[in-house]
Design a protein around this ligand. Structure first.
Ligand SMILES: Nc1nc2c(ncn2[C@@H]2O[C@H](COP(=O)(O)OP(=O)(O)O)[C@@H](O)[C@H]2O)c(=O)[nH]1
Ligand SMILES: [Mg+2]
Length: 320
């Protein structure tokens, strides 16, 4: 895009113009210099939004909960944003009728902007694109910005973990707690929601989580945050108020102890490193480097070199 078109895009986003926001995020997913210039222009305008991460196993009820959270937050906020990283997201039509009806009530609300990220397109840059999209909604005046990710892959868990407050949603389905432990969800949760409390096993799951948390070192002074374990029936909107209350208390906790700055700095560090790794890879893989790799494959195959030697030679060959 031309510089004046980028300026128009920036102004559109700042004015919460839906078309501009959608276009900006599409540019971000595509990647390239337009996105770069745009992001650099909006950067001074970000930082006011609370960033709320929601993650957990597929089917736990994250999207259902998000719908109620958004509705509740809308009562006190002009604009609310949602970024969903979930291929089966009901926002894109992948759910049962009941969900879709509830979601469509959200999508027709002029103060709510919902965007599903295309995990296929972003080519290893999903975390980057998602966080850039959150910046867009922040600059557009959304507060909070909710980020829903499926808590299965490391990337997805980490995306939600970079929020100010991270809510982990589990349900008493077989093995949800085991899955949570494996995926690193226990470490990133500021709040646990045991959803589907209308089903058997929810209380037992909540007790399990509480027991696991109890084994943890809470740090000196005893003023560390203890993640609350809340029961909910998201489908009926039950327990949503308690989640909002806990998120508010967590935000206060961060602010009162100067921890919000610390968290945001560490999220920025993570994002810079992510971009850096991507840029290094881009710069490294020139046509010449690709050809050199073919040569090294041959040398290693013929036992004229070993893999480590080959990798180092490629790296040295690429350095200035
Ligand atoms: N029984 C029961 N089902 C629920 C509850 N909350 C959500 N569900 C259902 O669980 C399924 C998955 O919900 P969804 O929000 O899409 O889960 P996500 O994959 O975590 O986003 C849907 O069919 C929901 O209607 C609940 O509290 N109780
Ligand atoms: Mg979902």
């Amino acid at each position: 895009l031309e510089p004046n078109a980028i300026e128009a895009l920036v102004n559109g986003v700042l004015a919460f113009e839906r078309r501009s926001i959608g276009k900006a995020i599409t540019e971000i997913e595509t990647g390239g210099e337009t996105a770069r210039a745009f992001l650099s222009a909006i950067h001074p305008r970000i930082g006011s939004a609370r960033r709320l991460g929601i993650t957990g196993p597929p089917g736990a009820g994250k999207s259902t909960l998000v719908a109620f959270l958004v509705k509740a937050y809308r009562g006190g906020s002009q604009r609310v944003g949602v970024v969903a990283v979930d291929p089966t997201s009901p926002y894109s039509g992948g759910a049962l009728l009941g969900d879709r009806v509830r979601m469509s009530a959200l999508t027709t609300d002029p103060g709510v902007f919902i965007r599903s990220m295309a995990s296929r397109g972003a080519f290893g840059g999903l975390a980057r694109a998602t966080w850039d999209a959150v910046d867009v909604l922040d600059a557009a005046g959304c507060d909070p910005v909710v980020i829903e990710t499926v808590g299965v892959g490391q990337t997805e868990v980490e995306i939600a973990g970079l929020a100010d407050t991270t809510i982990v949603v589990l349900s008493p389905e077989v093995g949800d707690n085991v899955q949570a432990m494996k995926a690193g969800l226990m470490e990133i949760a500021d709040i646990f929601v045991v959803n589907k409390a209308d089903r058997n096993g929810a209380e037992a799951l909540a007790r399990d989580i509480t027991a696991i948390l109890g084994l943890r070192d809470v740090g000196a002074g005893g003023d560390a945050w203890r993640p609350p374990v809340l029961l909910a029936v998201a489908q009926r909107g039950e327990g949503v108020d308690a989640v909002i209350d806990a998120a508010g208390r967590h935000a206060d906790h961060l602010r009162n102890r100067g921890l919000l700055e610390k968290r945001r700095r560490s999220a920025i560090r993570r994002r810079i490193l992510d971009i850096l790794e991507h840029e290094i890879r881009l710069r490294f893989w020139t046509e010449e480097a690709k050809r050199a790799l073919d040569g090294e494959v041959e040398r290693v195959y013929r036992k004229e070199a070993d893999p480590t030697g080959a990798a180092r030679r490629l790296l040295d060959g690429a350095s200035p």
